[in-house]
Ligand binder design. Structure first.
Ligand SMILES: CC(C)=CCC/C(C)=C/COP(=O)(O)OP(=O)(O)O
Ligand SMILES: [Mg+2]
Length: 561
């Protein structure tokens, strides 16, 4: 566990500080990776071999997807597998065209004879691709005299698992889905220890992380192992998914190497020894936002931004004195090399890297409308620094703000404005104009994702951060503002997290404000939040889950079939 300690002898490091610094210093657990990451190497002939291995099965799959004679349930199940294996981006047009057709032709009585599994898969597939199939399709599984779900479905484990997965795409006011989520979750939890084989693995994983809320690449890897019987009869899908996973892994490995080398060359360990050392974990964050090979440049940028967010977060709430933080905020607001003179010695190198690197990122932005994009990117960092600083002022003056005041600031300290800005600005020429205009309207999906990020982080970490946070987090501000005990406040905030998910889901239903390609990085940020904060702060304490994910996603390949 990280421990909290104060250090009173660092005056010599902070020449501009007049008073004796009392630092809220935290000993974060060290990185477990050692030099392994710098020994990662990629054989380009292997990359090429996987790309070749994908060609034929990809064409075969296109033919299958547009095959007019395939049964509609079978087709939707195939599209489900394609989605879950992280392959959707390869078949966007074919899938859209098929779903359009199937959705238009759909009649509610088509589902009269369908079982729970089929209804649930169809429902999830339509919703995840933006088609609002009514939740009334689940009415027939309810006994209307008792108002409860029919008893017989509890014996259909596969159906209940599928229903549980389907409820994750629900939107506001769909009460039957709220009930179904609670019902299936309780049923599955009650029986998980009695299950065997793949089904046991599937249920265990879904309860740990439902697929709609999971990180796509993790979900794809798990689906590949646990759901073989759902897709392996389509040989081409099996071959494609196998080669695709390994291809992505090699590419991601190479990018991780580049990012790791940058972190080392910039000497972050030396200049920010107080901060968490989380190189592959940060890179995983970037893979979570963008999975596709063509977003390689964006992934590297996101990783670097995450490194800056991480060290800024730790300097603002785990190391800096309030005087130092005032100077730092002021310098970030000025955003010019000469502002460095006003900074304590130990912060100078960090400030210089931040300015240099962001200037470099800006130079690589598409030329058209660059000025506006540069402004938005810089603003995002300046706003973040001001918000971190505001939190620090509250803490240092032992002032607990109202919940509303805290959250107005807390949406910014979620840091998701930085991630979404840099994601949207670096998706290439085609998207950047549309992205910027949309982003400036404060889209609901982004606001909901920021809320989710702030609340999930606080609800999960307030106990650990207790002393250091000085109650400047959502749980205590909510308790104080509304005069509630801790358990009730936590329940209310958890409800808000669920509501935020509903808003996010709603924003992904047609007609959407922008294309799914622009919504995806924001939806993926919400998914990453779920992955990191569902049970504990897996970012600060990565040893349980994140280490496992880094290993399966970036180190171990899947043997070729
Ligand atoms: C979202 C990502 C990947 C950002 C980089 C790392 C980071 C700042 C994690 C949250 O830390 P925290 O739990 O200390 O946040 P806070 O101090 O805001 O509670
Ligand atoms: Mg922090």
């Amino acid at each position: 566990m990280a421990t909290l300690e104060c250090n009173t002898t660092l005056k010599e490091n902070c020449k501009n500080t007049i008073t004796e610094p009392m630092r809220p210093m935290v000993n974060f657990p060290p990185s477990i990776w050692g030099d392994l990451l710098l020994s990662l190497s990629v054989d380009h002939s292997e990359l090429h071999a996987y790309a070749i291995a994908m060609e034929e099965p990809k064409e075969e799959l296109k033919r299958m997807l547009i095959n007019p004679t395939m049964d509609s349930n079978e087709k939707l199940s195939l599209i489900n597998s394609v989605y879950r294996l992280g392959l959707r981006y390869l078949f966007v047009e074919e899938i859209e065209c098929q779903l359009d057709k199937l959705f238009k032709e759909l009649k509610m009585d088509d589902y009269d004879e369908a079982d729970l599994y089929i209804v649930s898969v169809n429902f999830k597939v339509f919703r995840q691709h933006g088609y609002k199939l009514s939740c009334d399709v689940f009415n027939k599984f309810k006994d209307h005299s008792s108002g409860k779900f029919k008893e017989y479905i509890t014996t259909d484990v596969k159906g209940m698992l599928s229903m549980y997965e389907a409820t994750q795409v629900c939107t506001t006011g769909e009460y039957i889905l709220d009930e179904a989520m609670a019902f299936t979750e309780a049923q599955l939890m009650g029986m998980v220890d009695t299950l065997e084989g793949n089904l046991a693995q599937q249920v265990k994983h879904a309860l740990r992380s439902p697929s709609h809320r999971g990180m796509q690449m993790v979900e794809a890897r798990i689906y590949f192992s646990n759901y073989e019987e759902e897709f392996s009869m389509h040989n081409s899908l099996l071959e494609l998914a196998n080669a695709h996973f390994n291809l992505l892994q090699l590419q991601h490995k190479e990018e991780l190497f580049i990012f790791t080398k940058w972190v080392k060359d910039m000497e972050f360990k030396k200049i920010t020894p107080y901060a968490r050392d989380r190189t592959p974990e940060l890179y995983l964050w970037a893979v979570g936002i963008f999975l596709e090979p063509h977003y390689s440049h964006a992934r590297i940028i996101i990783s670097k931004m995450a490194q800056f967010v991480l060290v800024l977060d730790d300097i603002y709430d785990a190391y800096g004195t309030i005087e130092e933080l005032r100077l730092l905020t002021n310098a970030i607001n000025r955003w010019e090399t000469t502002a460095m003179d006003q900074l304590p010695e130990y912060i100078k190198p960090l400030y210089k890297i931040l300015l240099d690197e962001l200037t470099d990122v800006e130079k690589k932005l598409p030329a058209e409308g660059r000025t506006k994009r540069v402004y938005a990117s810089k603003q995002a960092f300046q706003e973040l620094a001001r918000a971190y600083h505001q939190e620090a002022e509250w803490r240092f003056s032992k002032q607990v703000p109202s919940y509303e005041e805290y959250m107005e600031n807390g949406l910014i300290t979620s840091s998701y404005n930085v991630f979404s800005t840099y994601s949207l600005m670096n998706m290439g020429e085609i998207h950047s104009e549309e992205a910027l205009a949309w982003y400036q309207t404060h889209p609901k999906i982004l606001e909901a994702t920021k809320l989710l990020g702030r609340l999930y982080n606080d609800v999960t970490t307030f106990e650990f951060e207790g002393e250091r946070a000085q109650q400047v987090e959502s749980v205590h501000t909510y308790m104080k503002t509304y005069g509630l005990p801790e358990n009730i406040a936590v329940d209310k905030l958890k409800k808000m997290i669920e509501n935020a998910w509903k808003d996010i889901n709603e924003e992904c239903i047609e007609p959407t404000e922008v294309s799914m390609e622009l919504l995806a990085p924001i939806l993926n940020l919400a998914r990453l939040t779920d992955m990191v904060y569902r049970y504990n702060d897996r970012f600060t304490f990565p040893e349980e889950t994140i280490v496992e994910y880094v290993t399966v996603l970036l180190i171990d390949s899947i043997p070729m079939y």
